[in-house]
Design a protein around this ligand. Structure first.
Ligand code: ZN
Length: 313
């Protein structure tokens, strides 16, 4: 089961009071309901690919309006990968839609989320939960990018949903897609806040775990990268020194170098992996790290002079 499906499964197990059931159902129907006219009667179908969500819609309609809806299942076909579950309301559609504040008098659709419907904090959360159940999706945090989205056909509704989300500082945005509008959140921390808001606590703990793991891995990588960089610098310097010494040997001959430089030059060529301290320890006079560094630099300078681009000292 995908991370999104697991999150939805968790959400369908949350119990709502009457006020919140109304808010959650309003969001789900606004986003997933379609109307049809049949024999002068308005019918409504609310479709979802999730059986638990269909059951929830069905039982809320029964509980809130004492209406027995019908449940229809469309089996998966070659074109459709998943079953589609439909809750069908053959009558009383206007009454239900008015109670849910989706239409006003005379079957006038209202574009915005009704203020009265989401007056209480519990109901605002329930509305967002309903919207996520109906049109939401969230990427598994293990993947490369964090992404949570809610898609809706209607621009005005998408914008008021986005505004509602941003009351909780979620940094949500709306974009237009081919099929309607998408409200999305891209930051891991904000996705966690949203999951918390709608009551998906298991999902948010899983999300948080992944975030912490990734953070740890990043800091380990940073340390490793830093050490590798230092190592590369040392190796780079050793290679350059050896090359310079070989040049001096070809043109002047190592034996013709001053004694102190000669010893260091020989050791550098013999031990390309050794660091300055190790070379110092190998010298007869046990020269310090900085002493060895000084002599190697002198050799570098002489080589540069031979190449004709160093200052003569
Ligand atoms: Zn409530």
């Amino acid at each position: 089961m995908s991370f999104a499906a697991q999150t939805k499964k968790e959400l369908t197990m949350i119990e709502n009071g009457t006020c919140c059931a109304l808010a959650e159902l309003s969001a789900m129907i606004r986003m997933s309901g379609t109307l049809q006219l049949s024999k002068q009667q308005v019918m409504m179908d609310i479709s979802t690919e999730n059986a638990a969500i269909a059951r929830r819609i069905y039982s809320y309609i029964k509980q809130l309006f004492q209406i027995q809806a019908e449940l229809v299942v469309r089996r998966k076909t070659r074109l459709k990968k998943n079953n589609v579950y439909m809750v069908r309301l053959p009558e009383n559609v206007e009454h239900v839609l008015r109670q849910l504040t989706i239409v006003k008098e005379g079957f006038q659709f209202s574009d915005h989320i009704d203020k009265g419907l989401i007056k209480k904090l519990c109901c605002r959360k329930a509305y967002l939960r309903g919207a996520f159940l109906a049109g939401g999706s969230v990427n598994n945090p293990v993947g490369a990018s964090y992404h949570l989205e809610i898609s809706s056909m209607y621009e005005e509704h998408s914008r008021s949903l986005c505004d509602l989300m941003n009351k909780y500082d979620l940094n949500a945005r709306v974009i237009e897609r081919k099929k309607g509008f998408v409200i999305y959140i891209k930051e891991g921390e904000k996705i966690i806040d949203f999951l918390n808001l709608i009551g998906a606590h298991h999902a948010l703990f899983r999300f948080e775990d992944v975030l912490i793991m990734k953070d740890m891995r990043n800091s380990v990588n940073r340390i490793v990268n830093c050490e590798t960089a230092n190592l590369n610098k040392t190796i780079g310097a050793a290679l350059r020194q050896a090359e310079n010494i070989r040049l001096l040997d070809e043109q002047i001959g190592i034996d013709n170098l001053p004694l102190k430089l000669r010893e260091v030059a020989r050791l550098r060529l013999l031990h390309p992996d050794s660091n300055l301290k190790e070379i110092g320890d190998m010298l007869d006079d046990g020269t310090s790290k900085s002493g060895v560094n000084h002599r190697l630099r002198k050799l570098d300078e002489m080589a540069e002079q031979l190449r004709g681009n160093g200052a003569i000292k």
